[in-house]
Design a protein around this ligand. Structure first.
Ligand code: GLC
Length: 426
Protein backbone atom coordinates (compact mmCIF):
# COMPACT_ATOMS: atom_id res chain seq x y z
CA UNK A 1 0.00 0.00 0.00
CA UNK A 2 1.48 3.36 -0.98
CA UNK A 3 1.69 6.26 1.42
CA UNK A 4 -0.81 8.12 -0.73
CA UNK A 5 -3.41 5.34 -0.41
CA UNK A 6 -2.92 5.17 3.37
CA UNK A 7 -3.50 8.90 3.62
CA UNK A 8 -6.68 8.68 1.61
CA UNK A 9 -8.06 5.88 3.75
CA UNK A 10 -7.13 7.70 6.95
CA UNK A 11 -8.95 10.72 5.64
CA UNK A 12 -11.99 8.64 4.83
CA UNK A 13 -11.99 7.04 8.28
CA UNK A 14 -12.03 10.42 9.95
CA UNK A 15 -15.01 11.40 7.86
CA UNK A 16 -16.86 8.19 8.71
CA UNK A 17 -16.10 8.58 12.39
CA UNK A 18 -17.65 12.01 12.31
CA UNK A 19 -20.88 10.43 11.12
CA UNK A 20 -20.93 7.76 13.81
CA UNK A 21 -24.49 8.55 14.97
CA UNK A 22 -26.04 6.94 11.88
CA UNK A 23 -25.72 3.23 11.34
CA UNK A 24 -25.03 3.59 7.61
CA UNK A 25 -23.95 7.03 6.53
CA UNK A 26 -24.45 7.57 2.82
CA UNK A 27 -23.05 10.08 0.38
CA UNK A 28 -25.59 11.77 -1.87
CA UNK A 29 -24.81 14.00 -4.81
CA UNK A 30 -26.89 17.01 -5.74
CA UNK A 31 -26.72 19.08 -8.93
CA UNK A 32 -28.00 22.62 -8.47
CA UNK A 33 -28.17 25.50 -10.93
CA UNK A 34 -25.38 28.06 -10.91
CA UNK A 35 -26.75 31.55 -11.45
CA UNK A 36 -25.81 34.29 -8.93
CA UNK A 37 -25.51 32.76 -5.45
CA UNK A 38 -27.49 29.58 -6.21
CA UNK A 39 -24.53 27.22 -5.68
CA UNK A 40 -23.70 28.69 -2.30
CA UNK A 41 -27.32 28.57 -1.10
CA UNK A 42 -27.59 24.98 -2.28
CA UNK A 43 -24.35 23.96 -0.55
CA UNK A 44 -25.43 25.57 2.74
CA UNK A 45 -28.89 24.01 2.66
CA UNK A 46 -27.64 20.53 1.76
CA UNK A 47 -24.80 20.91 4.29
CA UNK A 48 -27.27 21.66 7.09
CA UNK A 49 -29.24 18.50 6.23
CA UNK A 50 -26.00 16.47 6.18
CA UNK A 51 -24.87 17.82 9.56
CA UNK A 52 -28.26 16.97 11.07
CA UNK A 53 -28.57 13.47 9.62
CA UNK A 54 -24.94 12.36 9.61
CA UNK A 55 -24.99 11.71 5.87
CA UNK A 56 -22.82 13.49 3.36
CA UNK A 57 -23.76 15.53 0.32
CA UNK A 58 -21.50 16.33 -2.61
CA UNK A 59 -22.31 19.24 -4.89
CA UNK A 60 -21.94 18.76 -8.66
CA UNK A 61 -21.00 21.81 -10.73
CA UNK A 62 -23.41 22.57 -13.59
CA UNK A 63 -23.36 25.07 -16.48
CA UNK A 64 -25.12 28.39 -15.82
CA UNK A 65 -27.31 28.35 -18.97
CA UNK A 66 -30.55 26.45 -18.39
CA UNK A 67 -30.49 24.57 -21.70
CA UNK A 68 -26.84 23.55 -21.21
CA UNK A 69 -27.75 22.12 -17.80
CA UNK A 70 -30.58 20.27 -19.53
CA UNK A 71 -28.15 18.80 -22.08
CA UNK A 72 -25.85 17.61 -19.28
CA UNK A 73 -28.74 16.00 -17.38
CA UNK A 74 -30.09 14.35 -20.54
CA UNK A 75 -26.70 12.86 -21.27
CA UNK A 76 -26.22 11.48 -17.74
CA UNK A 77 -29.77 10.19 -17.36
CA UNK A 78 -30.02 8.64 -20.81
CA UNK A 79 -26.88 6.67 -19.94
CA UNK A 80 -28.53 5.45 -16.73
CA UNK A 81 -25.83 7.11 -14.65
CA UNK A 82 -26.16 6.93 -10.88
CA UNK A 83 -23.73 9.84 -10.47
CA UNK A 84 -26.44 12.27 -9.38
CA UNK A 85 -29.10 11.55 -6.77
CA UNK A 86 -30.88 14.91 -6.59
CA UNK A 87 -31.29 17.27 -9.55
CA UNK A 88 -32.51 20.84 -9.67
CA UNK A 89 -34.84 20.89 -12.65
CA UNK A 90 -36.39 23.81 -14.46
CA UNK A 91 -40.15 24.36 -14.31
CA UNK A 92 -40.21 23.54 -18.07
CA UNK A 93 -38.50 20.12 -17.87
CA UNK A 94 -40.95 17.62 -16.30
CA UNK A 95 -42.22 16.58 -19.75
CA UNK A 96 -38.66 16.12 -21.03
CA UNK A 97 -36.94 14.46 -18.07
CA UNK A 98 -39.83 13.17 -15.94
CA UNK A 99 -39.37 9.55 -17.02
CA UNK A 100 -35.95 9.49 -15.35
CA UNK A 101 -37.27 10.53 -11.94
CA UNK A 102 -38.66 8.72 -8.91
CA UNK A 103 -42.31 9.45 -8.16
CA UNK A 104 -42.05 11.52 -4.99
CA UNK A 105 -45.70 11.09 -3.88
CA UNK A 106 -45.04 7.92 -1.84
CA UNK A 107 -42.08 9.65 -0.15
CA UNK A 108 -43.64 13.00 0.75
CA UNK A 109 -46.84 13.29 2.80
CA UNK A 110 -49.94 14.50 0.98
CA UNK A 111 -50.31 17.16 3.66
CA UNK A 112 -46.79 18.48 2.93
CA UNK A 113 -47.42 18.48 -0.83
CA UNK A 114 -50.68 20.39 -0.30
CA UNK A 115 -48.77 23.29 1.29
CA UNK A 116 -47.36 24.29 -2.14
CA UNK A 117 -49.14 26.29 -4.85
CA UNK A 118 -51.41 23.70 -6.48
CA UNK A 119 -50.50 24.95 -9.97
CA UNK A 120 -46.84 24.15 -9.32
CA UNK A 121 -47.52 20.65 -7.95
CA UNK A 122 -49.60 20.18 -11.07
CA UNK A 123 -46.75 21.42 -13.26
CA UNK A 124 -44.33 18.85 -11.85
CA UNK A 125 -46.85 16.00 -12.11
CA UNK A 126 -46.54 13.90 -15.28
CA UNK A 127 -48.90 10.97 -15.92
CA UNK A 128 -49.85 10.95 -12.25
CA UNK A 129 -46.25 10.85 -10.97
CA UNK A 130 -44.79 13.73 -8.96
CA UNK A 131 -41.47 14.16 -10.79
CA UNK A 132 -40.12 16.96 -8.57
CA UNK A 133 -41.02 19.05 -5.53
CA UNK A 134 -41.39 22.79 -6.21
CA UNK A 135 -38.41 24.72 -4.80
CA UNK A 136 -38.87 28.33 -5.93
CA UNK A 137 -40.90 30.33 -8.41
CA UNK A 138 -39.52 32.87 -10.86
CA UNK A 139 -41.13 35.64 -12.86
CA UNK A 140 -39.67 38.18 -15.29
CA UNK A 141 -39.56 41.70 -13.83
CA UNK A 142 -38.59 45.21 -14.90
CA UNK A 143 -35.80 46.69 -12.78
CA UNK A 144 -35.38 50.44 -12.95
CA UNK A 145 -33.08 53.09 -11.53
CA UNK A 146 -35.41 54.92 -9.14
CA UNK A 147 -32.84 57.65 -8.51
CA UNK A 148 -32.37 58.47 -12.20
CA UNK A 149 -36.09 58.46 -13.05
CA UNK A 150 -36.71 60.83 -10.14
CA UNK A 151 -33.76 63.10 -11.01
CA UNK A 152 -34.92 63.58 -14.59
CA UNK A 153 -38.65 63.58 -13.87
CA UNK A 154 -39.82 60.32 -15.46
CA UNK A 155 -42.42 57.84 -14.27
CA UNK A 156 -42.03 54.07 -14.37
CA UNK A 157 -42.81 53.05 -17.97
CA UNK A 158 -46.03 51.13 -18.57
CA UNK A 159 -45.56 50.55 -22.29
CA UNK A 160 -42.54 49.47 -24.32
CA UNK A 161 -42.68 52.80 -26.16
CA UNK A 162 -42.49 54.62 -22.81
CA UNK A 163 -39.55 52.47 -21.81
CA UNK A 164 -37.65 53.22 -25.03
CA UNK A 165 -38.35 56.97 -24.78
CA UNK A 166 -37.45 57.16 -21.07
CA UNK A 167 -34.29 55.08 -21.53
CA UNK A 168 -33.09 57.33 -24.35
CA UNK A 169 -33.96 60.53 -22.44
CA UNK A 170 -32.21 59.45 -19.23
CA UNK A 171 -29.05 58.33 -21.05
CA UNK A 172 -28.98 61.66 -22.97
CA UNK A 173 -29.51 63.64 -19.76
CA UNK A 174 -26.72 61.75 -17.96
CA UNK A 175 -24.38 62.45 -20.88
CA UNK A 176 -25.36 66.14 -20.95
CA UNK A 177 -24.58 66.40 -17.24
CA UNK A 178 -21.34 64.53 -17.88
CA UNK A 179 -22.30 62.31 -14.94
CA UNK A 180 -19.75 59.75 -13.81
CA UNK A 181 -19.73 56.75 -16.16
CA UNK A 182 -22.25 58.43 -18.50
CA UNK A 183 -20.23 57.54 -21.60
CA UNK A 184 -20.82 53.85 -20.92
CA UNK A 185 -24.45 54.23 -19.83
CA UNK A 186 -27.09 52.25 -21.73
CA UNK A 187 -30.89 52.28 -21.58
CA UNK A 188 -32.03 48.66 -21.37
CA UNK A 189 -30.39 45.29 -20.79
CA UNK A 190 -32.06 41.89 -20.96
CA UNK A 191 -31.26 38.28 -21.93
CA UNK A 192 -30.57 38.45 -25.68
CA UNK A 193 -28.23 35.48 -26.09
CA UNK A 194 -29.50 32.53 -28.18
CA UNK A 195 -30.69 30.30 -25.28
CA UNK A 196 -33.72 29.56 -23.12
CA UNK A 197 -33.56 32.97 -21.43
CA UNK A 198 -34.27 34.66 -24.78
CA UNK A 199 -37.38 32.51 -25.18
CA UNK A 200 -38.51 33.87 -21.79
CA UNK A 201 -37.98 37.48 -22.93
CA UNK A 202 -39.59 36.80 -26.32
CA UNK A 203 -42.68 35.30 -24.68
CA UNK A 204 -43.07 38.49 -22.61
CA UNK A 205 -42.71 40.69 -25.70
CA UNK A 206 -45.15 38.56 -27.69
CA UNK A 207 -47.86 38.20 -25.02
CA UNK A 208 -47.55 41.89 -24.10
CA UNK A 209 -48.44 42.63 -27.75
CA UNK A 210 -51.48 40.33 -27.62
CA UNK A 211 -49.80 37.32 -29.23
CA UNK A 212 -48.78 33.80 -28.23
CA UNK A 213 -46.14 31.18 -29.03
CA UNK A 214 -48.78 28.53 -29.75
CA UNK A 215 -52.43 29.14 -30.59
CA UNK A 216 -55.18 27.45 -28.56
CA UNK A 217 -55.18 24.50 -31.00
CA UNK A 218 -51.43 23.96 -30.49
CA UNK A 219 -50.35 25.32 -33.88
CA UNK A 220 -47.53 27.90 -33.96
CA UNK A 221 -48.67 31.53 -33.61
CA UNK A 222 -45.25 33.20 -33.78
CA UNK A 223 -45.74 34.18 -37.42
CA UNK A 224 -48.90 36.17 -36.66
CA UNK A 225 -49.00 39.98 -36.59
CA UNK A 226 -48.76 40.57 -32.80
CA UNK A 227 -45.68 38.33 -32.46
CA UNK A 228 -44.00 39.87 -35.49
CA UNK A 229 -44.68 43.39 -34.14
CA UNK A 230 -43.28 42.36 -30.76
CA UNK A 231 -40.01 41.05 -32.19
CA UNK A 232 -39.69 44.05 -34.53
CA UNK A 233 -40.06 46.31 -31.50
CA UNK A 234 -37.33 44.47 -29.60
CA UNK A 235 -35.05 44.51 -32.67
CA UNK A 236 -35.43 48.30 -32.84
CA UNK A 237 -33.77 48.57 -29.40
CA UNK A 238 -30.48 46.96 -30.43
CA UNK A 239 -27.76 49.54 -30.91
CA UNK A 240 -30.26 52.22 -29.76
CA UNK A 241 -31.35 51.83 -26.11
CA UNK A 242 -29.74 48.39 -25.75
CA UNK A 243 -26.04 47.75 -26.43
CA UNK A 244 -25.18 45.30 -29.24
CA UNK A 245 -23.49 43.20 -26.57
CA UNK A 246 -26.93 42.29 -25.20
CA UNK A 247 -27.07 39.70 -28.01
CA UNK A 248 -24.63 37.74 -25.88
CA UNK A 249 -26.17 38.43 -22.47
CA UNK A 250 -27.64 35.81 -20.15
CA UNK A 251 -29.00 36.68 -16.66
CA UNK A 252 -25.64 37.41 -15.05
CA UNK A 253 -24.28 39.65 -17.84
CA UNK A 254 -27.44 41.77 -17.64
CA UNK A 255 -27.13 41.96 -13.86
CA UNK A 256 -23.44 42.84 -14.09
CA UNK A 257 -24.14 45.84 -16.33
CA UNK A 258 -27.11 47.04 -14.29
CA UNK A 259 -25.49 46.48 -10.92
CA UNK A 260 -22.38 48.43 -11.89
CA UNK A 261 -24.69 51.39 -12.57
CA UNK A 262 -24.43 51.30 -16.36
CA UNK A 263 -28.07 50.70 -17.32
CA UNK A 264 -31.32 52.55 -16.63
CA UNK A 265 -33.55 49.46 -17.03
CA UNK A 266 -33.04 45.72 -16.82
CA UNK A 267 -35.22 42.65 -17.32
CA UNK A 268 -34.36 39.92 -14.85
CA UNK A 269 -35.72 37.40 -12.33
CA UNK A 270 -36.25 38.18 -8.62
CA UNK A 271 -32.85 36.72 -7.59
CA UNK A 272 -31.24 39.88 -8.97
CA UNK A 273 -33.11 41.95 -6.36
CA UNK A 274 -31.12 40.47 -3.47
CA UNK A 275 -27.85 41.02 -5.32
CA UNK A 276 -28.36 44.54 -6.71
CA UNK A 277 -29.28 45.59 -3.17
CA UNK A 278 -26.55 43.51 -1.56
CA UNK A 279 -23.56 44.71 0.43
CA UNK A 280 -21.10 46.48 -1.85
CA UNK A 281 -23.52 46.92 -4.76
CA UNK A 282 -23.05 50.41 -6.25
CA UNK A 283 -26.81 50.70 -6.92
CA UNK A 284 -28.07 49.36 -3.57
CA UNK A 285 -31.17 51.30 -2.50
CA UNK A 286 -31.46 53.05 -5.89
CA UNK A 287 -33.51 50.37 -7.65
CA UNK A 288 -37.22 49.74 -8.08
CA UNK A 289 -39.09 46.83 -9.65
CA UNK A 290 -42.33 46.78 -11.62
CA UNK A 291 -44.19 44.48 -13.99
CA UNK A 292 -42.67 44.52 -17.49
CA UNK A 293 -44.28 47.01 -19.89
CA UNK A 294 -46.92 46.19 -22.51
CA UNK A 295 -47.21 46.86 -26.20
CA UNK A 296 -50.30 47.55 -28.27
CA UNK A 297 -53.11 45.09 -27.65
CA UNK A 298 -51.47 43.21 -24.81
CA UNK A 299 -50.95 43.05 -21.06
CA UNK A 300 -48.02 43.58 -18.74
CA UNK A 301 -46.75 40.06 -18.06
CA UNK A 302 -43.73 38.17 -16.83
CA UNK A 303 -42.73 34.65 -17.87
CA UNK A 304 -43.12 31.96 -15.24
CA UNK A 305 -39.83 30.34 -14.32
CA UNK A 306 -38.46 28.52 -11.36
CA UNK A 307 -37.16 25.19 -10.26
CA UNK A 308 -37.93 21.99 -8.46
CA UNK A 309 -35.91 19.16 -6.96
CA UNK A 310 -36.12 15.68 -8.44
CA UNK A 311 -34.68 12.30 -7.41
CA UNK A 312 -33.02 10.25 -10.13
CA UNK A 313 -34.48 6.81 -10.86
CA UNK A 314 -30.91 5.54 -10.89
CA UNK A 315 -30.12 6.77 -7.38
CA UNK A 316 -28.82 4.09 -5.02
CA UNK A 317 -30.54 5.93 -2.13
CA UNK A 318 -33.98 7.05 -3.33
CA UNK A 319 -35.62 7.28 0.10
CA UNK A 320 -32.73 9.26 1.56
CA UNK A 321 -32.59 11.51 -1.50
CA UNK A 322 -36.32 12.16 -1.15
CA UNK A 323 -35.71 13.12 2.48
CA UNK A 324 -33.11 15.67 1.36
CA UNK A 325 -35.59 17.01 -1.22
CA UNK A 326 -38.34 17.28 1.40
CA UNK A 327 -35.97 19.18 3.68
CA UNK A 328 -34.70 21.61 1.02
CA UNK A 329 -38.19 22.34 -0.31
CA UNK A 330 -39.65 22.67 3.20
CA UNK A 331 -40.76 25.90 4.84
CA UNK A 332 -37.65 26.84 6.82
CA UNK A 333 -35.25 26.36 3.93
CA UNK A 334 -37.52 28.24 1.51
CA UNK A 335 -37.67 31.17 3.95
CA UNK A 336 -33.87 31.13 4.32
CA UNK A 337 -33.40 31.19 0.52
CA UNK A 338 -36.02 33.91 0.12
CA UNK A 339 -34.33 36.12 2.71
CA UNK A 340 -30.78 35.55 1.47
CA UNK A 341 -31.44 35.33 -2.26
CA UNK A 342 -35.00 36.59 -3.02
CA UNK A 343 -35.94 33.15 -4.34
CA UNK A 344 -39.73 33.16 -4.30
CA UNK A 345 -41.22 30.49 -2.05
CA UNK A 346 -43.59 27.96 -3.57
CA UNK A 347 -45.56 27.88 -0.29
CA UNK A 348 -48.42 30.40 -0.08
CA UNK A 349 -48.03 30.58 3.73
CA UNK A 350 -44.46 31.86 3.35
CA UNK A 351 -45.79 35.14 1.91
CA UNK A 352 -47.21 35.99 5.36
CA UNK A 353 -44.00 35.15 7.20
CA UNK A 354 -43.05 38.15 9.37
CA UNK A 355 -39.30 37.47 9.17
CA UNK A 356 -39.43 37.24 5.38
CA UNK A 357 -41.57 40.35 4.98
CA UNK A 358 -39.22 42.30 7.24
CA UNK A 359 -36.11 41.17 5.33
CA UNK A 360 -37.60 41.25 1.81
CA UNK A 361 -40.70 43.51 1.80
CA UNK A 362 -41.04 43.09 -1.99
CA UNK A 363 -42.25 39.52 -1.47
CA UNK A 364 -45.77 40.77 -0.71
CA UNK A 365 -45.94 42.54 -4.08
CA UNK A 366 -44.33 39.62 -5.91
CA UNK A 367 -46.92 37.03 -4.95
CA UNK A 368 -49.64 38.21 -7.39
CA UNK A 369 -47.06 38.83 -10.13
CA UNK A 370 -45.86 35.26 -9.71
CA UNK A 371 -49.31 33.69 -9.65
CA UNK A 372 -50.26 35.76 -12.73
CA UNK A 373 -47.12 34.81 -14.67
CA UNK A 374 -47.43 33.41 -18.18
CA UNK A 375 -46.16 29.87 -18.76
CA UNK A 376 -44.04 28.70 -21.67
CA UNK A 377 -45.77 25.96 -23.72
CA UNK A 378 -43.76 23.19 -22.04
CA UNK A 379 -46.66 21.09 -20.84
CA UNK A 380 -48.24 21.03 -24.25
CA UNK A 381 -45.02 20.39 -26.21
CA UNK A 382 -43.81 17.78 -23.69
CA UNK A 383 -40.42 16.33 -24.57
CA UNK A 384 -40.30 18.45 -27.73
CA UNK A 385 -40.39 21.72 -25.77
CA UNK A 386 -36.64 22.33 -25.96
CA UNK A 387 -36.63 21.84 -29.74
CA UNK A 388 -39.59 24.22 -30.06
CA UNK A 389 -37.90 26.77 -27.81
CA UNK A 390 -34.61 26.55 -29.75
CA UNK A 391 -36.44 27.28 -33.01
CA UNK A 392 -37.98 30.35 -31.40
CA UNK A 393 -34.86 31.67 -29.68
CA UNK A 394 -32.79 31.28 -32.86
CA UNK A 395 -35.38 33.09 -35.00
CA UNK A 396 -35.60 35.88 -32.43
CA UNK A 397 -31.83 36.10 -32.04
CA UNK A 398 -31.37 36.36 -35.82
CA UNK A 399 -34.00 39.12 -35.93
CA UNK A 400 -32.33 41.08 -33.10
CA UNK A 401 -28.94 40.68 -34.81
CA UNK A 402 -30.33 41.95 -38.12
CA UNK A 403 -29.93 38.63 -39.93
CA UNK A 404 -33.16 38.70 -41.92
CA UNK A 405 -36.31 40.43 -40.71
CA UNK A 406 -38.68 39.33 -37.95
CA UNK A 407 -41.54 38.44 -40.32
CA UNK A 408 -39.38 36.16 -42.47
CA UNK A 409 -37.48 34.57 -39.57
CA UNK A 410 -40.65 33.87 -37.59
CA UNK A 411 -42.45 32.48 -40.61
CA UNK A 412 -39.59 30.04 -41.26
CA UNK A 413 -39.50 29.01 -37.58
CA UNK A 414 -43.29 28.53 -37.54
CA UNK A 415 -43.00 26.15 -40.49
CA UNK A 416 -40.38 24.10 -38.68
CA UNK A 417 -42.50 24.06 -35.51
CA UNK A 418 -45.39 22.69 -37.61
CA UNK A 419 -43.11 19.88 -38.75
CA UNK A 420 -41.96 19.26 -35.18
CA UNK A 421 -45.61 18.78 -34.29
CA UNK A 422 -45.86 15.51 -36.15
CA UNK A 423 -49.25 14.99 -37.75
CA UNK A 424 -50.72 18.05 -36.06
CA UNK A 425 -50.18 16.53 -32.59
CA UNK A 426 -47.84 17.39 -29.76
C1 GLC B 1 -34.43 31.09 -14.74
C2 GLC B 1 -35.82 30.51 -14.63
C3 GLC B 1 -35.98 29.33 -15.54
C4 GLC B 1 -35.60 29.72 -16.95
C5 GLC B 1 -34.19 30.30 -17.00
C6 GLC B 1 -33.85 30.82 -18.39
O1 GLC B 1 -33.51 30.22 -14.17
O2 GLC B 1 -36.12 30.14 -13.31
O3 GLC B 1 -37.30 28.85 -15.51
O4 GLC B 1 -35.72 28.64 -17.84
O5 GLC B 1 -34.06 31.34 -16.08
O6 GLC B 1 -32.59 31.36 -18.44
Amino acid sequence: MSAGTKLLIAGAMVAWAGAAQVSAAATLTIACAAVGIEQRLCRDGAGAWAARTGHRVTLIQTPSLANERLALFQQLLAAGSSDIDVLQIDVIWPGTLGRYFTDLSPHIDAEVRARHFAALIDNYTVDGALTAMPWYGDVGLLYYRKDLLTRYGHGVPETWDDLAATAAAVVAAERAEDAEGAARMVGYVFQGKAYEGLTCNALEWIVSHGGAILAADGSPAIDRAPAVRAIETAASWIGAIAPKGVLNYAEEEARGTFQSGQAVFMRNWPYAWALVNGAGSPVAGKVGIAPLPRGEGGERVGTLGGGGLAVSKFSAHPALAADLVADLTGYDEQIRRAIAGAFNPTLPAAYDDPDLLRAQPIMAALRPVLTGAVARPARIAGDRYNALSALLWNAVHDSLAGRGDAAGNLEAAALRIKRLRRGGQW
